[in-house]
Design a protein around this ligand. Structure first.
Ligand SMILES: [Zn+2]
Ligand SMILES: [Zn+2]
Length: 278
């Protein structure tokens, strides 16, 4: 879990003043980022997860002002209550945020709860609905789940997905790819072959004279197309042959890449421990 980025300016000060135009504006909360580790399966099928995020909200006792409640607050003498100071440098008029009041235009006793920052940071749990078909590196934006400062719109939370590779399957876009080792006799004569799906298995037909690297396609047994209505993987009776056309609008295909066993003394051991399948 990544720590949210630390603000580089006091939260209550960030963006309060537009230094160029000299106009006040509200403070939009900072965007936050959190990493979320997903299994291969969760990315393919979608899931609902919780993420813990450290988020800023306006300090309750001081209502986000940063000043101790029920203590006097007065206009900043340094900037005459404008929050900004100007000085001439040659022909230039330099304007900057008042260092004494840090742009707040007021001075007073700092709020003890937030140490004058105007915000409190709390770790909160947020539910993330991960749609089916996402990939490693994708991010999900949760609108207005970022930092919130007094008087301004909240920032957003970006959940960056990290997908753990699968032991057997890889992805090629919305297609799932799996290597399956077959005996030389099956490759030569062709015949039925049971292949793994992400969940369950399926029988396909190896054509006679198959060569290493040949690919068989199980239509509709791949990854749901992101954003499309999720369709179930067709049942075994619907896809007994890889050559049968199916409605694949909602999912990619399963690509079975044939590898042909060369035999020899190590072959049964490799089969026993499925070494070639990892
Ligand atoms: Zn000032
Ligand atoms: Zn406070």
């Amino acid at each position: 879990m990544a720590e949210p980025p630390a603000p580089d300016v006091p939260a209550a000060v960030a963006g309060v003043f537009d230094d160029f135009l000299g106009t006040t504006k509200t403070t939009r909360g900072a965007d936050l980022r959190v990493d979320l580790q997903l299994t291969f399966d969760e990315a393919v099928e979608g899931c609902v997860r919780e993420v813990a995020v450290m988020r800023a909200t306006p300090c309750a006792p001081c209502k986000g002002t940063g000043f101790a409640p029920e203590r006097p607050v007065s206009a900043c003498p340094e900037c005459a209550g404008t929050g900004r100071i100007s000085r001439e440098q040659g022909q230039l008029l330099i304007q900057q945020t008042c260092p004494r009041c840090t742009g707040r235009a007021k001075v007073g006793t700092a709020c003890a709860t937030c140490a004058g920052q105007g915000v409190q940071r709390k770790t909160e749990s947020t539910t993330v609905t991960v749609p089916a078909g996402v990939e490693d590196g994708f991010s999900i934006r949760l609108a207005e789940k970022g930092d919130r400062f007094e008087g301004g719109p909240p920032g957003h939370l970006y959940v960056v997905l990290e997908v753990t590779p699968h032991a057997r399957f890889t992805r090629r876009g919305n297609d799932l790819v799996v290597d399956v080792r077959i005996a030389p006799a099956l490759a030569a004569a062709g015949g039925p072959l049971t292949v793994p799906l992400l969940h369950g298995q399926r029988e396909v037909t190896v054509p006679a004279g198959a060569k290493p690297g040949d690919e068989l396609v199980v239509r509709g047994a791949g990854v749901p197309v992101l954003g499309a209505p999720v369709t179930p993987v067709p049942g075994p009776s619907e896809a007994a042959s890889p050559y049968r056309e199916l409605d694949t609008s909602g999912r990619g295909n399963l690509i079975v890449r044939l590898r042909i066993d060369k035999g020899g003394p190590g072959a049964w051991l490799r089969w026993l421990f499925r070494l070639d399948e990892r």
